[in-house]
Design a protein around this ligand. Sequence first.
Ligand SMILES: [Zn+2]
Length: 381
Amino acid sequence: MPKFRPPRKSAARAWIPLALGLAFCPGALARQRPVVPSPSRADPEKPLRQAVYGGHDLAGVREYDALIAAGHQPSAEASYLAGWAYCSLHWPEKARPLMRLAQDADYSPRGDREAPEEVLSKIDEYERAKPPAAQVPGLDRALIDPYSDSADESEARILAALPRFAEVGRAIFGNPPPVRFFLFAEEPASLSFSQALSFKPVEKSHTTGVVNMVHICAARIRRKDEDDVVALALHETTHAWLASYLRAKYDRSVRLPTYIDEGLAGYVSTLAAPPQRVAEREKRVMEERRERVREWLAQHPGPTEFDELVSYRDFHSDRNSLNYAMAALLAARMLGPVEAGAPKIPALLDALALSRDHEAAWRRITGKDVREEYRALAAEL
Ligand SMILES: [Zn+2]
């Protein structure tokens, strides 16, 4: 989703706006930088600047904390940059006091970056739009921290499913990255929230999962089948876990090919069903996906080329619905039945982050050639 933009000094930190149902997908790869050198007495803020300008938001906020712990009085620039890092991590609440310090010192950022006042007004907007904390019996808030503006049946069902989501997160990650879960009933409030998190005009509210945060507008995911609504909420939560896992572990932009991001989210979403019904639901959902692909192929020439599933733009073409179905079918083909296959996801993410080559990452984790498997999948349908 569009969000607080990072400081523009770093070209490596271009962000791609996200559309409905899509995870955070940083556009350009930030080269992993060497570990920040220990602060020199002459310029103790250098590691902080290097971290934030290099796209290492977590390192940036840690450096800031370290300065404070060492009794250093941070400059306005340091406070501003740490504030930016918190905004990028979707923690506007934590950015606020730092942006205030920058504002109080009349800090004006170089280039055309937003002034502290502008950032603070966005944070105020965010606070106004943010729904109240929700109480969900049986849910560990340390894993999924829910906020909701409605007690309607459909939203209540999504909230009631969160303890199951937490279980799914544990099954996949062991220790799933914590996420905040913002649930809006209707479009207007959800749109205000999206706008607050963006410096660009936003036409429609987001339903998305990004670093540290899930944002769902229930009005946008209403379906006839209530199980599908809950599955979509888990789909978005999966996007948030993928992005948050990579951020926590690598603290840089790791670009997930869109077919992997969407494929894994679709694959994991079948786990939304209670454990005793997962196998049955998986079978039904997979058959629906195959059916959707067959219907599409009956009216159009051939499936999408594999290479066109990689980039965000190509994936979200007029073949959108075909591509979502194919991505989820492909993920299932690569990883196998979901209960046994989903726990391989962290290793796949690690292989992707380290090799920067999605085909090699699949080979390493599954022993399979993803391009070949895609061809075979398309031929079978
Ligand atoms: Zn998605």
